[in-house]
Design a protein. Structure first.
Length: 163
């Protein structure tokens, strides 16, 4: 059975919809009845097609809407989490800002958030982490933009000095 096929199954014993659980590597799907705890796998293609013990159940519009709303809510939480982790947003600068502008903004925020100046240690850690991530990503970008020959020559050991 094709792993991409999405099945909606109903237990013929107690008429409840089966819950789906992905198996090993997403190749096999397990379906379990929450009422009688019977289960079937997607590898039992003949059993599923014949309807011997389980039959497929079409989803209602209400179920589709509920699933869509749940997926949308998870996506919005995930996007919000990404926004909260964005180092440029934490520093309040554009990703296109120069290194000098980023450094100036970091210095300004560090002076405000430093614990010795009445700020909080957690806020200072957040600012330091954001600044370090910006510097690391810019250094990595510079290394990627560097020609291959320059990278290779930098990795070679220095030649021995003659006397």
């Amino acid at each position: 059975m094709d792993a991409a096929v999405e099945l909606e199954l109903e237990c013929t014993h107690c008429r409840r919809p089966l819950t789906r659980h992905d198996g090993s590597g997403g190749v096999v799907s397990y379906y379990q009845c929450p009422g009688c705890y019977r289960y079937v796998t997607s590898t039992y293609a003949e059993v599923l097609r014949s309807g011997a013990s389980f039959r497929s159940r079409p989803r209602t519009d209400e179920e589709k809407e509920r699933e869509f709303a749940a997926v949308k809510q998870r996506l919005e939480r995930w996007l919000q989490m990404l926004d909260d982790q964005d180092p440029y947003r934490a520093l309040g600068v554009s990703p296109y800002a120069s290194t000098r502008e980023v450094r100036a903004r970091f210095h300004q925020l560090a002076m405000q958030a430093h614990p010795d100046r009445g700020g909080s240690a957690s806020e200072m850690r957040k600012i330091n982490s954001a600044y370090e991530r910006v510097l690391a990503s810019r250094a990595a970008r510079e290394r990627e933009d560097e020609p291959e020959v320059a990278r290779a020559s930098r990795a070679l050991p220095a030649p021995p000095r003659s006397r």
